[in-house]
Design a protein. Sequence first.
Length: 564
Amino acid sequence: MDLTKSSYDFHCGLESPLEFFRREWKAIAIFGGGFCLLMLAGIILVDPAFYYPRLQTDPLLYYLKAKSLVETGTTAARLATNSRPFAYAAMAGVLRAPALLAFRDFDDQWRAMQLLNIPIVAGVALMSAYIVSWTQPVRRHWMAIAFAFGFTAISPIWLTNVYMPLADAPYAAFSLLGLLVAIHVLCRKISRDSVGWTLLFIILFVVVFLLRFTGPVMLVFFAALAWGRWQGRDLTPAQKRTLIALPIALLGLLALLVSLNTQAIFGKYLHEPFVFARYAEKSSLIFNLLGVALPDQIIPDFHLGFSAPPLVGLLRGEFGRTAFDRVLTTTGIGMSATIALGMWRLRSRILPEILYVLAPLPVLALMMPSTSRYFISYQAFFWLMFIEGITAIAMHVSSLMPRKRRSRSIVGVSVLLAVIVAGALRWSRVAGTAAERSFAISMQAAPRYEREVSRTFRSLRNFLATLPKDQTLLIGTSGTVGRWNAIGDHSYYSPDSALLSVSATKRVYLVVECGTRDFCQLFSETKNHIQDNLCRFGEFNYARVFAVSSDWARAEVFLVTPAA
């Protein structure tokens, strides 16, 4: 039987999500409710000031997009008063705009965004559990739910998506929902309801595209499933017209979306894969994909086992610093091979999902620093493939063993050990997961760490609040420009040839800050580096007007004036 036809039949024979939720509501209430309560406790107990130093790069840009939309009616946000609006996907910020409309103070807005993130991430976990259930007997469906929520609760990437405004969780939620809607549309007879469900799929597709420009891969899934439905069938003239009109309409919609986002696509995103393809170390690309990124989708904190982050920059990685690192990388490659085995064995059942995963793989694999994070949107399908692959291996090994040694307890003990190892890694590195092991924060040290960072940055915010906003401009270090605009409406200035005259008429302050131990180790170097860069635009004096420091956080503010 043709793979597309057998896959279509498999999807049409699946239990509906509603039936799954109705039957497993107790497990959903226990594990999903527990997850939500745990996340809510984190939001309530952690001072929002703890997240001030983490408001940079993507979260900062999304927040500024939302703020610009609320204040001006457009997402054309700027990092500094003398810079152009930055090109960036805006939808992740737009989704958080209601929090900014509902509250005035940044801390309240931040908590509101975190609260909004909980159902989004929980929804992804629930849909992922449903997808895993496709190949599992009913008696194990509660295990799929427990695994999905447990995995999410200890995953550094998913937890970051709960506590920060990122695009990963919304993208995963809307794309998975879109795929489930596509299955519903294509596996039912055409009726009046079909128009509404098709319209819902189109709306979800638009939202997914605006969240991340890899969204068109949803059409690959839809096309593969539709091909399985219609191939070899005698079509009426009306059905033929529909089959011709629908692809044309979707391609036309895609062209419209691209034209409306030309600046972001061609000004920001399109050239990045080409840069990595040209300059990144090719062996590092392969080892990062097979040895770290894919295993991270199976063991949520797999990368934490390395002695230091494997990537040593944007374009190169070191995956064998120690003997244990080499063993870990080899183990990761073995896990990737298991995923590939499962993919091959499932090809007659989930071919649309396989194509959906493979379509963006060449691009996502190139983006080495973000590959693991980007893959979480496809995580449920990697789980399906790994389970199938490891089951096939276990059955083969079991057939080679004497019958008396075949014991489920061996599998149970192995799973238990894996859970203990994953839990221990997470306990020892509850924060600082992107830094070297020596900079990591354990669960025991976390309360003190949170207090010191929060106290340092709360003091900095209180000081900046005393400065007259209409007469003040801030200069920030790389990645932080715009941070205090988001938190306290302070304008930034991007240093240029006019800085000398601007500093003579305005009060210009250089803000140097760090909120993690690894960055604080480089505090003096960072401060000297930015002051040296300012020398390109003239001679300046730096009068320190504020300073606060602790073991894990530091902040200094300098008044910048022209040298006499």
